[in-house]
Structure formats: C-alpha cells, structure tokens
Design a protein around this ligand. Sequence first.
Ligand code: C2E
Ligand code: MG
Ligand code: MG
Ligand code: MG
Length: 286
Amino acid sequence: RAKDLGKSRHEVFTRGMHTQVVKRFQIETDLRRALKFQEQKQEFYLEYQPIVSMENNTTIGFEALVRWQHPSHGFIPTNDFIPIAEDTGLIVPLGKWILQEACCQLSVWKTLFPVDPPLTMSLNLSGQQLTQPDLIEFIEKTLKLTGLEGESIKLEITESVAMKDVETTIDILLKLRSLGIRLSIDDFGTGYSSLSYLHRFPTNTLKVDKSFINNMVETEQDMAIVQTIIMLGHALGMDIVAEGVETIAQQEKLQALGCEYGQGYFFSQPLDSKSAMLLLDAQFHN
Ligand code: C2E
Ligand code: MG
Ligand code: MG
Ligand code: MG
C-alpha cells in the first residue's frame, strides 16, 4: 500500500509539474506573440489607479497598471504574467511599451487638466528594467517625445529590487533624479530591506504595503507597523502613500497619522483610460 501511495503521489507530482511547466511555456510563447503584434492587436492595455490626497480626497496622479486581454483565455491576472515576463526578459520590451503609453496618456491629461500641482504618472519598474543600459536614454527620449518634464513621472521599485546591488541602484537612482524623475519604494515592509541603506536611496516616497493597511484598524500590531513606517518615512524626508485603502475607517486613521496620500478601492479601482478621464473631468471641470 505504501508503495502504491508513493507511486500515485509521484504521478500526481510529475503531472502537476508538467502542467505548470507547460502553462509557463504557453504564457511565455503568448507573451512573445502579443508583444510582437501589440500595435495591431493591442492585447495589452493600461489601467490607471488614482493616487489621492488624504487631506481633500482629490486625485493628484495615477499609477499605471498593465493588463492583458488574451484572445482565447480572456483576462490574465497581472500577477500571473509579470513574473514570467521578468524571468524571460520580456518585461524589458513590455516595460518600454508601458512607459510610452503611460507618458502619452499623461501628456493628454495634463493638457486637458492643467492643474496645480500638475498631475503625475507612477510606473512600476522591475529589476531587469532598472539595470538596462539604455534605461536613462529611453526615458529621456520618451519624455521628449511626449513633451513631459521628468517631474511628471514617478518610478516605483520594490525594496528587494533596490537592495539587490545597493551601489548600482543608488547610481541609477541618482541619474534618474537628475532628470527630475521622482522615485518611490513600493510594497514597503514586505521585501528584504536594510534600514541602514534606506536613507542612502534618493527616493521621495514610501508606499506602505496593503497587507499592513488591510487589518490596521482591527489589529494593534498592524496599526503600530503602519504608524512606524509613516514616522520612518517622514524622518527620512519622504512622503507616504498608503496602498490598498478600502474603508473609511482606514482612511480616517491614516489621515490622523499624517499619511499624505492614499490609493485603493475606497478611493477608486484601477480605471480604463476613458473612466479615468471622466473622473478628472468631474473633479476639475465643474
Ligand atoms: P503594485 O505596484 O503594488 O500595484 C498595486 C496593486 O494593488 C495592483 O494590482 C492594484 O490593482 C491592487 N490594488 C489597488 N487598490 C487595492 C485595494 O484597495 N485592495 C486590493 N486588494 N488591491 C488593490 P495589480 O494591478 O494586479 O498588479 C499587481 C502587481 O503587478 C503590482 O503591484 C506590480 O508589482 C506589478 N505590475 C502591475 N503593472 C505593472 C507594470 O506595468 N510593470 C511592472 N513591471 N509591474 C507591474
Ligand atoms: Mg506599484
Ligand atoms: Mg505596491
Ligand atoms: Mg506589488
């Protein structure tokens, strides 16, 4: 019996493995195809999630989030394909498309809504994108093409990406800062990070990971963590964005703690381009 059990387990294991490998390979193949034909087929598109001032609930900018509508499998969750795009290097050309698309979009919105402070666009940057030799050149070119200042965009990197090679990271981040580009540490509190390095990164913003915001009202420890991250960020001269704000109780507590900005379903889900424009219109043109 033990032998049978062992055998069946083995089979399930290999079958599971097989399915997973096939699925990964399929996604990789499809990603490659989708990227190649993006101009004609537009399987990728962006959604824009408002980043909101805690003080008066106005949208000060957006985070661009990539979406993939697969022709036969439908909508593929971002967390299912971004890691594969990262492993295969496809995140580099995909990331270039995302940057261009988001900058074009922001340029249109800035013309329609010339508000003060000017609207900003936040973009996620994977480790591989950060260390691409032509990163700075490509960003400069994209800014020029879309008529944007460096100050208009904000790049988000996670702690783990930043910590991978601290000196190289600092060097690249300083070059980005010299273009006026602003920088955020994303998902703060979940990655591998060292507090002794944090102050050396020329970053403007800490984004508190949504896992801490989730239970901050119910759980004392999470509240303490959120409060400590906010104090830490402020002590290092950074402003704070709370991610994943879903309730008014969280919003009120965060505001009381001095958190400057929020992002989450309480304010708005990620929106397609048209809905985001309608939101801006409702906010600024009435
Ligand atoms: P992230 O950068 O931390 O983005 C925030 C994620 O939280 C998004 O998931 C967003 O839809 C989700 N979210 C926002 N508000 C709430 C809320 O109130 N509650 C909950 N439960 N979730 C909320 P999404 O779009 O699935 O993206 C997942 C991750 O994939 C992102 O995490 C980012 O790391 C990566 N990603 C997304 N778009 C891009 C991209 O264009 N380039 C790169 N390199 N990575 C991306
Ligand atoms: Mg992000
Ligand atoms: Mg995040
Ligand atoms: Mg994340």
